[in-house]
Design a protein around this ligand. Structure first.
Ligand code: FMN
Length: 227
C-alpha cells in the first residue's frame, strides 16, 4: 500500500466486526509504529493492548462508571479548550452533527447521543483496544512525540487491512483503567485506540470528515513557481 493511500484511507471507524485480530498483528503494528521520531529519541509512549476477557472486564467497568457517576471522572490533561473559538467551533459542530446525521440521531435527542457516546467504552465493538500512555515526568513537547506514534499505529493498521478510532474518551476514566491494568503512577492515560475490521454495512462508518486545503492553512514563500 502506498503511504498516501494508507494515510488517506485512515478514518475513524465507529463500528467494527467481531473478527479477531491476532496478537502477532498487534505486535507487528506496534513494532512498525515505534519507528516514530521523538525529541532526543526518548520514545515516551507505553501501550496496553487488551482483547478477550480483560477487554470485556475493562469495558464493563468503564460503562458502569460512565453511566452512574461520570462527573467524578476527569482526565489528567486538558485536550479541549474551555472556550471554543472559530474556526474550530464550527469544525467541531460539523463533525458532531455530521456523525449524528449519518446515524439518524436528531440534534435534540440527548438520550441517543448519550448512547452513541457510551459506545466509545466498548471500543465501538473492536476486538482489540489499545490504551496509550505518556510519562508525566516529561514535558508538553512529548505530546508531539506521542501524537506521531499514535498516527503511526493508525496508518500501520491500514497496511494490515485494519481500521482504528483514536479515543480521548478513555482519558476521563484513567482511574478505572488503573484498577485493571498495571499503569505506573508516572503514566498519564492519553487515549484509547479501537483496532479491528471495519463493519462496511454500518452507516456511521460512511461518515467522511472534511479538510481545509493547503491554500487555507499554509503559506508559501520563495518558490519560483506557485504550487
Ligand atoms: C487524539 C484523538 C482523540 C479522539 N477521541 C475520540 C473519541 O473519544 N471518540 C470518538 O468517537 N472519536 C475520537 N476521535 C476521532 C476524531 O473525531 C476524528 O479523528 C475527526 O473527527 C476526523 O475524522 P477522521 O478520523 O474520520 O478523519 C479522536 C481523534 C484523535 C486524533
Amino acid at each position: 500500500m502506498h503511504v498516501d493511500d494508507a494515510i488517506r484511507s485512515r478514518k475513524s471507524v465507529r463500528r467494527f466486526l467481531p473478527t479477531p485480530v491476532p496478537a502477532s498483528t498487534v505486535h507487528h503494528i506496534l513494532q512498525v509504529s515505534a519507528h516514530a521520531p521523538s525529541g532526543n529519541n526518548v520514545q515516551p509512549w507505553r501501550v496496553y493492548a487488551v482483547a478477550g476477557e480483560p477487554r470485556q472486564r475493562l469495558c464493563d467497568a468503564i460503562v458502569q462508571a460512565a453511566t452512574t457517576d461520570a462527573d467524578r471522572h476527569q482526565p489528567e490533561y486538558a485536550y479541549y479548550p474551555t472556550q471554543w473559538v472559530e474556526p474550530y467551533l464550527d469544525r467541531r459542530r460539523r463533525c458532531g452533527f455530521g456523525l449524528y446525521a449519518t446515524l439518524g440521531i436528531a440534534r435534540d435527542d440527548a438520550a441517543a447521543r448519550e448512547r452513541q457516546m457510551l459506545r466509545n467504552y466498548v471500543f465501538f465493538d473492536a476486538p482489540v483496544g489499545l490504551l496509550v500512555t505518556l510519562d508525566r515526568r516529561l514535558n508538553t513537547g512529548s505530546f508531539m512525540d506521542l501524537g506521531m506514534f499514535i498516527q503511526n499505529i493508525m496508518v500501520a493498521a491500514r497496511a494490515q487491512g485494519l481500521h482504528t478510532c483514536a479515543q480521548a474518551a478513555f482519558a476521563w476514566f484513567h482511574k478505572i483503567v488503573r484498577e485493571q491494568l498495571p499503569l505506573s503512577e508516572h503514566e498519564i492515560l492519553a487515549c484509547g485506540i479501537a483496532l479491528g475490521h471495519e463493519d462496511l454495512a454500518a452507516p456511521e462508518n460512511a461518515f467522511i470528515t472534511e479538510r481545509a486545503k493547503p491554500e487555507e492553512f499554509a503559506h508559501f514563500a520563495g518558490f519560483e513557481v506557485a504550487p
